[in-house]
Design a binder for this molecule. Structure first.
Ligand SMILES: [Zn+2]
Length: 344
């Protein structure tokens, strides 16, 4: 079958082995898979990511991704069940499903985000664990259902922040993570929600997703906009850009006691001035991903219409155009989320 792989730092489309479902697994046709910012980061900073992962202590070690071999990516997917593996209880063929991007084999959970040995979302077909499947209600566009994963990332950041009604929020960066955070904040009754982004298109999307104000940081800082609009409610700042200097900037602008929540995946060394955080008693909290309940909750919010993710989808491409889409996404003025549709 056909799949896009990362080979020697480039995204190439090639023929790959057909995935075969084992016991407890199902074969699905990938109907839609969103291109994630972390995939873009991995193309450029893969070696650093692998190195830092190997240096990390205090978490279970994962098998390292071998950049000398093809790397499969694509973790924001919606698929259609084709067949079940041996002795597997699975939804009937034709059912639309999604899943957290992992395989559960006994006690072992294998990530599908960056993998040498498994099929992932940027291909015609992939294997999923029956125990992790979530059925997508009939009538939902697979591209919309594929937004479950990025939405779950945003909802998790909001959950972990502990923000509550009566607080205010500033969201730095209106990519898919920032926009998903905005949707979660709006659902939680947070007011005002101030968004910042250089891109006019992304600021417009932020307003569509529930921000009360969206400002261009070259003309007005997000915290300054909060001061103009409100200036008294306890503030939570979400850093969803992930480039060096963002955390330092947020620390300098934030009022005393602000919480700064950081899902922005900065792959480079960054510098902060601890004394600023100390003098203002700031809290900095790093967050990643979601748990199974948050993932299921994100799908539910999409399916019931509680959260409309459609403003985030700015492009749809076939497998052959995926390398071009990676290039286009590097220019945030044109795109927010591009969805790959391998069979469209
Ligand atoms: Zn993602």
């Amino acid at each position: 079958m056909k799949a896009a792989v990362l080979r020697g730092g480039q995204i190439v489309v090639d023929e790959v082995d057909e995935p075969v479902p084992g016991p407890g697994e199902v074969l699905v046709a990938v109907r839609a898979c969103g291109i994630c910012g972390s995939d873009l980061h991995f193309v450029h900073h893969g070696a650093r990511f692998v190195q830092l992962s190997s240096e990390m202590r205090g978490v279970p070690t994962r098998p390292a991704v071998d950049l000398g071999r093809d790397v499969r990516m694509g973790h924001e997917f919606c698929g259609e069940v084709l067949e079940a593996g041996p002795d597997t209880d699975a939804p009937p063929p034709g059912t639309l499903v999604t899943s957290i991007p992992a395989l559960q084999r006994g006690a072992e959970r294998t990530s599908l985000s960056f993998t040498n040995d498994e099929a992932a979302g940027y291909g015609e077909r992939m294997v999923l664990s029956a125990s992790l499947l979530l059925e997508v209600p009939a009538g939902i566009d697979p591209a919309i259902a594929a937004m479950t994963e990025p939405l779950a990332v945003g909802l998790h950041a909001v959950n972990r922040s502990g923000i509550q009604a009566g607080d205010a929020a500033v969201v730095l960066g209106c990519g898919p993570v920032g926009l998903s955070i905005i949707a979660g904040l709006r659902r939680g009754g947070i007011e005002p929600i101030v968004a910042t982004d250089y891109s006019p298109a992304r600021r417009a999307t932020a307003l569509a997703m529930g921000a009360h104000e969206a400002v261009d940081p070259t003309t007005e800082d997000g915290v300054a906009a909060w001061r103009r609009l409100d200036g008294r409610r306890p503030l939570v700042v979400f850093e969803a850009v992930g480039v060096p200097g963002m955390i330092d900037g947020a620390m300098r602008e934030a009022p005393r006691n602000t919480r700064i929540v950081v899902p922005g995946l900065c792959m480079e060394t960054d510098v902060i001035q601890p004394v600023i955080g100390i003098l203002k008693e700031l809290t900095i909290q790093f967050v990643v991903a979601y748990d199974g309940d948050e993932f299921a909750g994100a799908l539910d919010s999409i399916a019931t219409g509680e959260i409309d993710v459609s403003p985030m989808i700015t492009g749809r491409v076939g497998l052959d155009d995926i390398a071009q889409a990676f290039d286009d996404l590097a220019r945030p003025d044109r795109h927010t989320k591009v969805v790959v549709e391998p069979h469209a």
